[in-house]
Design a protein around this ligand. Structure first.
Ligand SMILES: [Zn+2]
Length: 247
């Protein structure tokens, strides 16, 4: 009995030390989304948080326009493409910035979920990209770009041409990528305060969900789904949060 406890404690220690590499949370099954809050003390807010993401955006309840002005300034960048065991993540080196109300956030990475985690009037899309940005103070802002199937996405061609197949695999992107080319031409969006959609589900994340979807081919979608069939957290309670139109 004592040995088993010691081994369990060691296991926790190892998971804590290598928390980035440890794929001990999942989307379904025993360590699935409904269990995240119980897996680690640090994940408690996944269950108790009142401003969790993703949400279903009910457009009839979106009345106001955000006072914040959103500006983007992206540039072509070299990038790593990482399979982190939960998604495919692209990590550009100096890919540019997002500015909201005078605060500058640096692009850190972008990654994908299928189907889209965000819903608009109950409708989900086949895929979403989350563009994660961090300010000098450590605050996060995420732009969500929704995808519908149609023409192949030219910007994502080098990413989808060589997806790292196994968790822990990393490829260097062939050429450069300009994340600005992923955004729809029309920048109208829904903006609100939410959380990370993966453990530890930390709150106080500024979300900007682009209204207009962009295109991805069914072959590109299939290439991602071959690795990750379903990696979307269910929608969370809005709890009276204000969802505004941003421009
Ligand atoms: Zn995400």
């Amino acid at each position: 009995m004592k040995t088993r406890i010691a081994i369990a404690a060691l296991g926790t220690l190892l998971f804590t030390s290598f928390s980035n590499a440890a794929a001990h949370w999942t989307y379904q099954g025993k360590t699935g989304t409904s269990q995240w809050a119980n897996l680690e003390a640090d994940y408690a807010v996944c269950g108790t948080g009142q401003r969790q993401s993703p949400i279903n955006i009910e457009t009839r309840k979106v009345t106001g326009t955000a006072a914040q002005v959103i500006g983007v300034s992206y540039a072509p960048a070299n990038a790593d493409v990482v399979n982190n065991g939960h998604t495919i993540q692209v990590e550009p080196a100096n890919g540019g910035t997002l500015t909201i109300d005078g605060v500058e956030y640096k692009l850190a990475q972008f990654h994908f979920h299928t189907p889209s985690e965000e819903k608009i009037d109950g409708k989900s899309y086949p895929l979403v990209a989350h563009l994660v940005h961090k300010s000098a103070e450590g605050k996060l802002a995420v732009i969500a770009v929704l995808f519908r199937t149609g023409k192949a996405n030219a910007t994502l061609k080098p990413v989808f041409a060589s997806l790292p197949a196994k968790a822990g695999d990393k490829h260097v992107l062939d050429g450069t990528i300009n994340v600005g080319d992923l955004l729809p031409a029309k920048r109208d969006n829904y903006t609100f305060i939410g959380s990370l959609t993966t453990p530890p589900c930390s709150e106080d994340v500024r979300w900007v969900v682009m209204k207009t979807p962009v295109s991805i081919s069914s072959a590109q979608l299939a290439a991602f789904r071959k690795l990750y069939k379903m990696n979307a957290r269910p929608v969370q309670a809005v709890n009276g949060r204000e969802v505004l139109v941003g421009r």
